[in-house]
Design a protein around this ligand. Structure first.
Ligand SMILES: *Cc1c(COP(=O)(O)O)cnc(C)c1O
Ligand code: SF4
Length: 367
């Protein structure tokens, strides 16, 4: 019997013509854009659009600005291909690697960093899966495997289980992570069967991808609850996007809604320097402002790490508002979330007498 998620995929929008008709757009322009990166949208996600140009629309509807030719933007901004020892594996950090096991997603984000691979069956294909597993088996330093793609949950339960089972049979693989936007685009895919399959292979972690509070619908929250109840710790990775979530109020609502769904905000990414996505990029200061607007003002659990995935393959680099004003051997001067200044005294085990003096002076000043 056909399941609802299969029905959703079958009835997804896949052509510029369908889209042009639905939103009254210029079909010629859409065709040009879709030649670069195809359109693909589930009926469910499409139904979340309230009006043309809203945050859901912007993420998923092709835009002619994608054709703007900016010399500086890359097709592979993170130089992932360079850190790819075998097809489907990106091994950049000492103890963990990405394992790209699917070339499709449940819908296509217009700002995707892996446009060069996503939607192209020749770039990430099944026949290289065994090669990837072999690589992980031969590298005992890999204790954390991150299944990615495309979206790993686009595979059938059977194929996914086949891969996870082989990974679990490798002694040094301690944890398996799944990176997926399926709970956002196609929550129906999170069936009891899938959850029951995954929970046989713990510890499994999942990082989902929600960018806007409107994406956390009752259906999405139900899918997330099902994963939580299967014992899978959930994190969220958002991308900071112009016109989607680049204001403090939206960020606050998004991260609080995630916590209500038992999802811990993990990363907030500065948009990568990807070809055709210039219209989504915000100044880096905006991201720092987002963190400032969260830290202290709401639950610490709601504050993700703001990171730039460094162009050229430097990995993720966290950026923080400037809480640290000055640090030396004697003291640390800091600013709190409200902008007030505080001092912390460094330990001074060499000279207890001098330390006592310092503490007395410190108390005199603070009181
Ligand atoms: C993001 C990423 C990881 C995982 O990084 P964490 O900080 O451990 O979540 C691993 N490998 C690559 C290539 C990555 O881009
Ligand atoms: S779900 Fe991820 S991999 Fe797929 S199109 Fe969106 S950003 Fe790209």
């Amino acid at each position: 019997m056909e399941e609802e998620w299969q029905r959703q995929l079958k009835h997804s929008i896949r052509t510029p013509e369908e889209l042009a008709e639905r939103f009254d757009l210029d079909v010629e322009k859409l065709r040009n854009v879709c030649r670069k990166f195809p359109v693909f949208i589930t009926p469910y996600y499409l139904s979340l659009i309230k009006e043309k140009g809203d945050p859901i629309y912007r993420q998923i509807i092709p835009d002619e600005q994608e054709l703007d030719n900016k010399e500086l933007l890359y097709t592979d901004p993170l130089a992932e291909d360079r850190d790819s020892p075998v097809h489907n594996i990106v091994h950049r950090y000492p103890d963990r690697c990405l394992f790209l096991i699917s070339h499709t997603c449940a819908s296509y984000c217009r700002f995707c960093t892996r446009k060069r691979k996503v939607s192209d069956p020749d770039k990430i294909c099944g026949e290289f899966i065994d090669e990837g597993i072999e690589y992980i088996r031969n590298h005992p330093e890999i204790r954390d495997v991150i299944l990615s793609g495309g979206d790993p949950l686009m595979l059938s339960d059977k194929r996914l289980e086949g891969i996870i089972k082989k990974l679990r049979a490798i002694g040094h693989v301690e944890i398996i992570r799944i990176g997926s936007r399926v709970p956002c685009f196609l929550p129906h895919r999170i069936t009891p069967r899938l959850a029951n399959m995954l929970k046989k292979y713990h510890p499994i972690y999942m990082n989902v991808h929600f960018n806007h509070p409107d994406e956390l619908t009752p259906l999405a929250c139900k899918a997330l609850a099902r994963l939580s109840e299967a014992g899978i710790p959930l994190g969220n990775q958002s991308v900071l996007l112009k016109g989607v979530n680049d204001n403090p109020d939206t960020m606050m609502k998004l991260n609080q809604a995630l916590l209500r769904a038992r999802v811990r905000p993990y990363y907030l990414y500065q948009a990568d320097m990807v070809y055709g996505t210039e219209h989504f990029r915000t100044p880096v200061e905006t991201g720092i402002e987002m963190i400032k607007a969260l830290r202290g003002w709401t639950s610490g659990l709601a504050v993700p790490h703001f990171v730039i995935d460094a162009p050229g393959g430097g990995g993720k680099i966290p950026l923080l508002p400037n809480y640290l004003q000055d640090i030396n051997g004697d003291e640390v001067r800091m600013r709190n979330y409200r902008g007030r200044n505080f001092t912390y005294l460094q330990p001074d085990s060499d000279n207890p007498f001098q330390q006592e003096q310092k503490v007395l002076e410190f108390k005199a000043v603070s009181l």
